[in-house]
Design a protein around this ligand. Sequence first.
Ligand code: ACO
Length: 435
Amino acid sequence: MSGRTNGGTARLETAGGTSVDLPVLKGTLGPDVIDIRKLYAGTGLFTYDPGFTSTAACSSTITFIDGDEGVLLHRGYSIEELAQQSDYLEVCYLILNGELPTSAQKAKFVHDITYHTMVHDQIQYLFRGFRRDAHPMAVMIAVVGALSAFYYEDLDVDDPHNRMVATHRLIAKIPTIAAMAYKYSIGQPFVYPRNDLDYASNFLNMMFSVPCEPYRLNAVMAKALDRIFILHADHEQNASTSTVRLVGSTGASPYAAIAAGIASLWGPAHGGANEAVLTMLREIGSPSNIKDFLAKVKDKDSHQRLMGFGHRVYRNYDPRAAVLKESADAVLAELGRRENPLLDIARELETIALNDDYFIKRKLFPNVDFYSGIILEAMGIPSKMFTAIFALARTVGWIAQWNEMIEDPEQKIGRPRQLYTGPARRTFVPLDQRG
Ligand code: ACO
């Protein structure tokens, strides 16, 4: 991988007296890593790292995060600059190809995505098998996974052309599938994509238009949604991305790998947090209840977490939360929702938490989910759809990381080891002899 250089060696000495010199690899930015691939051969030892908190599972050129400083870069460009000066499909191109597109490259990419947005007509029948009250993420896992049954020619993942077509299809069709999941849940007819609209406007139109009257698109809403898409586009080796890489490492269909990523994202500790933030703010109900709520959060026995706070990597303000906090005001003002009781609670909650010893000591700051839900809610998007929108936006990151993994000559099937703590070998006891 480019940018990787020799950083010397690190010596590991075991209590048993063996020692091994392990290479240290230097990236472009961030901590050096000890290359432990030869550790077992040299010492007979594995490493133990539940949750992979100290393990780099791959090298990557796509995204860089400095969690202590609150920095997020895609291909070297800061998330703040991308959110302010770019648009989602341009960021997709950058994440996929490594460079910002020229005008001609951008026009071609936008065309390629726009002209892949329709799904096979048979897919609507898959939706009809679900209960109307099914969670949209459950439906998306199934329908995106089912794409592998429609596009079986993409199964040659070693063919770059096949991979590119799968990449375009996924980025193009995910909004259609997410909007179909919503329409199905409210009993309205599916709305076909419109090729004259930009990516975010097309999604809004598929979500909110109905056949009996024209839908008036709001440019401010489309812009705000596009920004939310940018802020969620990639985030290096998080749980869902690692899931996609792990599934993809077996040579599985990219559609199946992305479906697995959606499943991983659904959990409340990951992408499901934006929905959980809204539920939490509603439960708090009024700024006067914040003190009692925070007391519960700090009580170890309550298992209540302050949703939208804390992050495995950021020990500082999540830069995406900072961008969203800024847009929350602008969006709510534009949409005529200047008075928003949930935003008032969120702001006060944030101020109190940021000055509270419990959160200061643990370096817990607002993450991207803290403000995204409030903006989406103001747009009329129901909270059940929040994580589906996150999945929609993250698809580019997942597929870019999947492509990078397949092209990486060092890539192997993902297969962690374990520290076995179960019974040692013992003899089987027949049923009639067991006491
Ligand atoms: N509220 C209260 N306490 C918290 C929170 C929180 N949101 N997050 C962490 N803590 C506390 C833990 O109780 C622990 O305290 P202790 O040292 O006294 O035991 C300490 O901070 C460290 O917590 P860990 O769980 O070890 O931190 P980890 O890095 O594993 O967790 C996570 C990160 C899962 C994101 C956690 O902060 C959390 O659950 N946050 C709320 C859910 C959320 O907002 N998730 C979205 C993440 S962003 C994303 O996926 C896009």
